[in-house]
Structure formats: C-alpha cells, structure tokens
Ligand binder design. Structure first.
Ligand code: HEM
Length: 155
C-alpha cells in the first residue's frame, strides 16, 4: 500500500543509495582510472571538480537523511535501543563526512589551485581513508536500520 510513510522511507533509502553509491563509485572506479589515464595537471583539474560536485551531492544526501529520518521516527512512534545505536553511528558519519569534504576537500581544493603539489598525495590518501570509514559506517547503519522495524526491535 502506498502511504506518506512509505514515500518518506523511499526518499530516505534513495538518499542512502545516492550518498553511498557516489562515494563508492568515486573511490573504487573513478579515482584509480584518473590516476592511470590522466597526466597530473589534468588529473588535478578533474579531481577538483569531482570533490566539489560529490561533496555537494553527499552532504545534501546526508541532510535529506536527517530530515526524513526525523519524520521516520515520528511515524515509528518509539525510540528502540537499535535506533539509539544507529543515531550514535549517524552522528559519527556526519562528523566524518563534514571533515572529509569541508576540511580535507577544501584543503585539497585550495592547494590544487596552483596545479600538482606534493602535499596533495597525503591529503588525497587521508580523503580516501575517511571516505572508506564513512562507507563502512553507513553499511553498518543500513544493517541496523533493517532490524528497526523487522528485527523485533519494537517488541
Ligand atoms: C547515514 C545515515 C542513515 C542511513 C544510512 C539510514 C539508513 C536507513 C535505511 C536503509 C532504512 C530502511 C530500513 C528498512 O525499513 O528496510 C532506514 C529506516 C529508518 N531510519 Fe534511517 N538512516 C540514516 C539516518 C537516519 C536518521 C538521522 C534517523 C533519525 C533521526 C533515521 C531514522 C530511521 C527510522 C526511524 C527508520 C525506520 C522507518 C520505518 O521503517 O518506518 N535514519 N534508515
């Protein structure tokens, strides 16, 4: 049955797909191909645009997750223990994603303005590590979320 509750849940899950899919694609498909196929100067130019665009997409998706998540809680009408664990992990994801795009991404953006720079390699490696942590946490959150309404958490 299509209801407002299902519509909100649909937007919530779509935001998960956008945030996780975008990050996984850039880490495992785009970044290695750019490293192999492009000269350093061109790679930096593409990287700058990817970080800007992906940052806007991922941070917007997290905002949508927060808003629709609050509505989900209202529909659920309870705060089971699994939800509290999930919210702690969600808080960690928000902090890490803001650090990844707001801090590391901005620093990569600033340093790369003048072309290739040796400091960029370490920053890019940290950007990737933080991205993988965010991806792992999001997968754990998805697993916990699946149990929220169907794993007996409300019984
Ligand atoms: C990284 C952030 C988040 C991820 C990856 C995530 C993931 C998910 C997924 C995959 C589901 C669907 C589970 C299912 O029914 O099959 C779900 C449901 C739910 N989420 Fe989130 N979520 C996030 C953030 C939030 C936030 C911030 C809140 C609350 C403020 C929230 C509250 C809920 C609730 C209450 C449900 C159950 C809805 C229902 O079945 O009626 N989520 N979440």
């Amino acid at each position: 049955m299509l209801t407002a509750r299902i519509a909100v849940l649909f937007v919530h899950v779509t935001a998960v797909i956008v945030a996780l899919g975008g990050s996984l694609f850039s880490t495992f498909a785009l970044a290695p191909i750019l490293a192999e196929e492009l000269e350093p100067a061109a790679r930096i130019r593409v990287l700058r645009r990817v970080i800007r665009r992906l940052g806007a997409i991922v941070l917007t998706a997290l905002g949508v997750l927060l808003l629709t998540g609050i509505v989900n809680v209202v529909y659920l009408g309870a705060i089971p223990a699994a939800l509290i664990v999930k919210l702690v992990l969600v808080a960690a994801v928000f902090v890490l994603a803001l650090y990844q795009y707001g801090n590391l991404g901005a620093e990569i953006w600033r340093l790369s303005a003048a072309g290739p720079n040796p400091e960029l390699l370490a920053l890019q490696a940290r950007f990737r590590r933080v991205g993988l942590m965010v991806g792992g946490l999001v997968l754990a959150i998805v697993y916990i979320s699946l149990g929220l309404t169907r794993g007996g958490a409300l019984r």
